[in-house]
Design a protein around this ligand. Structure first.
Ligand SMILES: Cc1cc2nc3c(=O)[nH]c(=O)nc-3n(C[C@H](O)[C@H](O)[C@H](O)COP(=O)(O)O)c2cc1C
Length: 313
């Protein structure tokens, strides 16, 4: 942190020490990055999406580099929420990180069970107070009645947000860019009680092996991330901010430095997350945070919160 710069921002009722966080799925389940930098120096660590049950994820290969980013189909591998509280939260608490728990489910009921498990863990485990928010990952398939991706359906997204309130911490709804209904879905989750929306998850894609002509990933298609999706993220943030200037937004997609972070903040986000850049440099979120501090000071900005447009503007 640089002296005389106020780095604090708020996302709804959540006060963060800095607007730069990690992005879910790109910094492990717990304090894996603590050996690279002080996790309390960034706004929050957003852990990989957890379901109520352990989940094996997709067959390998799961990641493939592309020009300007990567494509992945990790498939939400995780230990389940109860084991996460026992095995991963203690390290995060020791690192003094603010923690955002990302949760997912295959049905509305499974989202509810995940939120109940978060509430139970928070009250029964020491350090549960480090959890500042739940980020509900709506970019996964809804297995009930073949209804597609949760985040592509405003009504079912709102239903998920409502049942996740039982977690007892502010709910952020993480939305998918793979729909022309993004603004409608953002409005629905906000009306259902989400304090913020996180924009965006990965962009669907398919990469074929040049020799065999077959998909490079074990799952077939996957999600594209990194620098290459940055303009889509800026557009998503801008569209939602223009439609709902008071709705707090967390921007994510292709943040690699101060300028790409500032793009999302200027488009309407209150905070940003760093994902794919962490694979090339485990210190990426810390580096972006410091770079943003210098960028702001160089422009005579005294409060990082002032980079974002004021609510209602
Ligand atoms: C390998 C990998 C795993 C991911 N896992 C998750 C996940 O578990 N939950 C989630 O909400 N997003 C997940 N994401 C999406 C990121 O959090 C982020 O929204 C997306 O990658 C765009 O940001 P970026 O361009 O900075 O990577 C994952 C992304 C990658 C690359």
């Amino acid at each position: 942190m640089v002296a005389d710069l106020d780095t604090r921002v708020s996302v709804g009722s959540v006060e963060l020490a800095h607007p730069v966080m990690t992005a879910s799925g790109t910094s492990g389940h717990g304090a894996e990055l603590a050996s690279y930098f002080d996790l309390s120096s960034i706004g929050a660590v957003v852990v990989k999406s957890l379901s109520v049950m352990p989940w094996p994820g997709n067959p390998a290969p799961r990641l493939h580099p592309i020009e300007g980013g990567m494509i992945n189909a990790v498939g939400l591998q995780g230990p389940g929420i109860e084991r996460w509280f026992a095995e991963s939260l203690p390290g995060l608490v020791a690192s003094r990180a603010a923690v955002v728990v990302s949760i997912w489910g295959r049905t509305v009921e499974e989202f509810r069970d995940a939120a109940i498990a978060v509430a139970a863990g928070r009250s029964s485990r020491s350090g549960g107070g480090s959890i500042v928010a739940v980020e509900v990952n709506l970019s996964c398939p809804n297995l009930e009645g073949r209804r597609g991706i949760f985040a592509h359906d405003a009504d079912v997204s709102a239903e998920v947000v409502r049942v996740c309130e039982v977690a007892g911490v502010p709910v952020w709804a993480k939305l998918s860019p793979n729909t022309d209904r993004l603004v409608e879905v953002a409005g629905a989750v906000s009306a259902a009680g989400a304090e913020a929306v996180t924009l965006i998850n990965t962009v669907v894609g398919l990469v074929l092996d040049p020799e065999s002509g077959r998909p490079v990933l074990g799952n077939g298609g996957g999600g594209v991330s990194g620098r290459v999706i940055h303009p889509m993220a800026v557009r998503a943030v801008s569209d939602v901010h223009s439609a709902m200037p008071d709705l707090p937004i967390v921007g994510v997609g292709g943040v690699v430095d101060a300028v790409s972070a500032a793009d999302l903040l200027r488009a309407g986000a209150r905070a940003v997350q760093v994902g794919t850049a962490t694979f090339a440099d485990p210190r990426a979120s810390h580096r972006v945070a410091q770079d943003l501090d210098r960028w702001a000071i160089g422009r005579g900005i005294g409060r990082l919160a002032d980079i974002s447009p004021s609510p209602g503007r």
